[in-house]
Ligand binder design. Structure first.
Ligand SMILES: [Zn+2]
Length: 377
């Protein structure tokens, strides 16, 4: 199997805190006073375990420093980590933090909003600040290859910065050499989300069931129409998206790992292919799930890039109608969604498998061309 490790990087972004300077300063003071106190408690009581630390200091942190639940958790995390770092260096001094030391934010205490806004937890609830983004920082921030993690609010010489952490998996040996094991063709569809030219299928059956469940829930909530129902409707569609994203992550990871291990390149149909090949009775069904296809291709492409696996786009013309045994091309070859039966040589195979083989043999239409994404952000 492919060995992988996690890479992290930090983007330092200047913050425009216009109007919130005093609130942020007060939050920093309270946060660092709390972290210093927690560090002392843990240091002198010999607590290094995160859970033990939590139970010992959580209530008092909230009571004495006015921090909300999540910021209290972040202060404890900062203190415990600092102690571990000090001990790792075999030093004998309890770590303490200045009043303008950094404030740690996690997924529950900060949120990157559309374009260039960030919402931060403070002593006075959430405040929204503007990110002063240069083109490079912007590109780093929206890069789909990197997952956004926590952030630190850092104050330096009168200016506030947000240090956003990103991480991604990377293979230990990202050899970018041209593979010699041939090409793994991948056919994307609705019934089978992905089928490769080795005949491996990633079924969409489970996904279809879950989608149906979400669909029914949506319908029910739409007929209710109350404010609460609308809120739950938004929540439901978020859940569905996350489910689909997880499925796409799983499939793309498996495909790329397989190509990497067998030294193969990956070939996918060019973007327009989906539209031509998916026969959908109800147009809206295509529209609703189009983003899922785009996302799956996007995931395959960027994961291939990390793994040093070349990803190629091929012209989708006739891939589903051509016989992979004799090359005969005819519309009637595709008997049904599921079955391919050659009208000339009688060769029969699962239709998606047959298409994937054809894709693996196609001339490369474009090499490593970046795919346009409707999912930016
Ligand atoms: Zn044939």
């Amino acid at each position: 199997m492919l060995m992988s490790k996690t890479l992290t990087r930090t983007i330092c972004i200047k913050l425009d805190v216009d109007g919130h300077e005093a609130t942020l300063a007060a939050t920093q003071r309270a946060f660092n006073a709390a972290a210093s106190w927690i560090a002392q408690v843990c240091w002198y009581e010999g607590i290094t375990n995160t859970n033990t630390a939590h139970h010992r200091v959580y209530g008092e942190t909230r009571l004495n420093f006015g921090l909300g639940a999540q910021l209290a958790v972040c202060a404890r995390a900062k203190a415990v980590e600092a102690i571990k770092a000090v001990k790792a260096r075999h030093e004998e001094t309890c770590p303490q933090f200045g009043p303008r030391g950094s404030v740690r934010y996690d997924a529950r205490t900060y949120r990157l909003m559309s374009l260039d806004r960030v919402s931060l937890n403070t002593l006075d609830g959430r405040v929204v600040c503007r990110l002063v983004l240069g083109p490079r920082q912007h590109a780093m921030l929206i890069d789909p290859a990197w997952e956004i993690g926590g952030a630190d609010l850092v104050w330096r010489r009168g200016v506030s910065y947000l240090h956003v952490t990103q991480s991604r998996e990377a293979p230990e040996t990202p050899e970018a050499s041209e593979p010699d094991g041939g090409t793994l063709g991948v056919d994307l569809g609705i019934v089978n989300l992905a089928t490769d030219s080795d005949g491996e299928t990633f079924s969409g059956a489970h996904v279809t069931i879950v989608r149906k469940r979400y669909h029914l829930r949506r319908q029910r909530l739409q007929t209710v129409g109350t404010k609460n129902a609308k809120r739950r409707l938004r929540k439901t569609s978020g859940k569905e998206r996350r489910f689909q994203r997880d499925v796409n992550h799983g499939i793309s990871k498996a495909l790329v790992a397989k190509a990497a291990v067998s030294c193969k390149a990956i070939a996918l149909e060019d973007l327009t292919g989906i539209r031509q090949r998916v026969t959908v009775r109800h147009e809206h069904r295509y529209v609703r799930h189009a983003w899922a296809f785009f996302q799956l291709r996007q995931f395959v492409t960027y994961k291939a890039a990390w793994a040093g696996v070349p990803a190629h786009l091929v012209n989708p013309k006739n891939t589903s109608r051509t016989c992979s045994a004799c090359g005969h091309c005819e519309k009637a070859n595709r008997k049904s969604q599921e079955t391919f039966l050659c009208q000339r040589c009688g060769f029969t195979l699962n239709a998606d498998y047959n298409a994937a083989i054809n894709i693996s043999r196609k001339e490369w239409a474009a090499v490593n061309r970046p795919m346009a994404s409707p999912l930016a952000g």
